[in-house]
Design a protein around this ligand. Structure first.
Ligand SMILES: C[S@@+](CC[C@H](N)C(=O)[O-])C[C@H]1O[C@@H](n2cnc3c(N)ncnc32)[C@H](O)[C@@H]1O
Length: 295
């Protein structure tokens, strides 16, 4: 969960489509281990943002390993100075680490999933629903059916979630290129795929020039933020020669997703498959997965 902090030190959420902060005391859909920390009941002076990560998985056997039962509270300071007098949070059931985003190395989490382990640093992206990484990886692999020796491209790769599993499927004779703009996420992705020499992590902001500079892949996963991939990037991707045999487009925003899918359909691509996941329960958000095949 990510909380915004007002100048007064009070904690809340940003209002829909706004930077204004709505103060809160409880969030009814928070994971219990986060709720127990009572983050919003304290004043967080000098803090801009708080990110709390609890992989405590009593309700999802096998998603996380036993050693990862701790909560990480990562705080982003307002200014450059050191933070003093942070509130005491936590209970005996939760091992707590307070990490600041600028203190490198503190507060990293290890999450085990489908037999692989992932390091996630504060600020790096990780799917927010605890069942989502496993569900989405399974759906993407089913949809793309990666074959040994294929070349895969993972755009908006985060800490390498899809790259690691694609690399297992394509094997040492194949390749995976992962493109991600966040430096911390790229550092995690390098660690998370360190035993997979077929993976190359590229720290770059996705643009038509970056895409045109890539060798044409057989399969592509693209998982952009809410703004979507956009016309210019998608057209550059579809123009690669030969075109990828299949693209898996994951989205958490139906509006930009529909806009981008329209661009692909108008260019003659087809959408043989579309799935929706209720990954953000009790909110209006849904996660979508489309498969796109070339003309
Ligand atoms: C929805 S997350 C997906 C991450 C990853 N696929 C996963 O499932 O864990 C989107 C990722 O894209 C990255 N990102 C956002 N805009 C980008 C851009 N223009 N170029 C490259 N990466 C970008 C973000 O830092 C974030 O890690």
């Amino acid at each position: 969960m990510r909380f915004a902090v007002h100048r007064s030190g009070r904690v809340g959420f940003r209002r829909n489509g706004s930077h204004e902060i709505e103060n809160i005391e409880v969030c009814p859909i928070a994971a219990p281990a986060i709720e127990e920390l009572h983050i919003p009941l304290s004043r967080w002076h000098g803090v801009r943002e708080i990110e709390v990560f609890s992989p405590n998985s009593t309700d999802l056997e096998g998603v996380m390993d036993e050693n990862s039962h701790k909560a990480v509270v990562a705080v982003q300071p307002r200014g450059r100075g050191a933070l003093r007098n942070l509130p005491q949070v936590g209970t005996s059931k939760v091992e707590l680490m307070v990490a600041t985003h600028h203190r490198d190395g503190a507060g990293r989490l290890e999450v085990s999933m489908l037999g692989r382990s992932f390091r996630i640093s504060p600020g790096a992206f990780w799917q927010v629903h605890r069942g989502a990484p496993r569900t989405l990886v399974t759906a993407v692999l089913e949809g793309l059916a990666p074959q040994p020796n294929e070349r895969a491209l993972d755009l908006y790769a985060g800490v390498g979630l899809f790259s690691a599993f694609l690399a297992d499927s394509v094997g040492l004779g194949g390749s995976v290129i992962a493109v991600e703009q966040d430096r911390r996420a790229c550092a995690d992705a390098r660690i998370n795929t360190r035993e997979q020499p077929q993976v190359q992590i590229v720290n770059a902001t996705i643009s038509p020039e970056v895409i045109e500079g890539l060798d044409s892949p057989d399969i592509v996963v693209l998982d952009p933020p809410r703004s979507g991939i956009g016309r210019a990037n998608l057209q550059a991707l579809m123009a690669l020669q030969p075109p990828p045999r299949r693209i898996a487009y994951l989205s958490c925003d139906p509006a930009t997703f529909a806009r981008d899918i329209r661009i692909a359909l108008d260019a003659g691509w087809s959408m043989p498959h579309l799935r929706a996941f209720d990954q953000f329960p009790m909110t209006e958000h849904v996660e979508l997965l489309a498969l796109l095949d070339p003309p």
